[in-house]
Write a protein that binds this ligand. Structure first.
Ligand SMILES: [Zn+2]
Length: 192
């Protein structure tokens, strides 16, 4: 059963209190927060899935002000995602953009399986599964096939971003764009 909303809100408020008091699980300190008042100078942007099992800052052991993170389900690039990334690169001088896929991605699974509700189409239409029969039943989609589909979707997203930044003509500010996939069980990102 889902957590009652009153309990969920209580957890948010209590978590925020622990964080503000420096007792949070992330280990982020008040000093780091105060220092971040001077402005942000992130050294990388990460395009990741909204999946709650992929906490980007924790995965890269990064503190406040270090990563500029854009998340959508299936790390799909919406118009606002692209504008956000261009802001990170052009205004904040971020030199590196990482596209981070992950094991057991529900968005990729839903696309592979077919039959996703129409309202998910803004996500699923961005996920191409070349060489894999669209609409394949999830029971037929073994882990290796899913992992290959995730890798392919990451590579496609990298290509999309390379084309986007080429068109933006930012000259020396053009970022390096790369991809990776995060494995839930090991915590390891393998680089694509
Ligand atoms: Zn996902």
């Amino acid at each position: 059963m889902a957590l009652p909303t009153t309990e969920a809100l209580k957890r948010l408020a209590e978590g925020n209190r622990r964080f503000a008091e420096g007792q949070g699980r992330t280990g982020w300190t008040a000093e780091q927060r105060v220092a971040s008042l001077e402005g942000q100078r992130p050294w990388a942007a990460v395009v990741a899935c909204s999946d709650s099992r992929v906490p980007v800052e924790a995965v890269f052991d990064a503190g406040p002000g270090e990563l500029f993170v854009v998340r959508t389900a299936g790390h799909v690039l919406a118009q606002a995602s692209l504008a956000s990334l261009r802001f990170a690169v052009e205004a904040l001088g971020v030199p590196l953009v990482l596209v981070l896929g992950h094991e057991d991605c529900g968005a990729v699974k839903a696309t592979l399986a077919g039959g996703a509700p129409e309202w998910l189409e803004p996500i699923t239409r961005h996920i191409r599964v070349e060489g894999i029969d669209p609409g394949r039943a999830p029971a037929d989609a073994d882990d290796a096939l899913l992992a290959a589909a995730v890798d392919e979707h990451v590579r496609d997203t990298v290509d999309e971003l390379v084309a986007f930044f080429a068109e933006a003509m930012l000259g020396p500010k053009t970022p390096h764009i790369t991809g990776g996939a995060y494995k839930l069980s090991s915590g390891v990102v393998h680089w694509l």
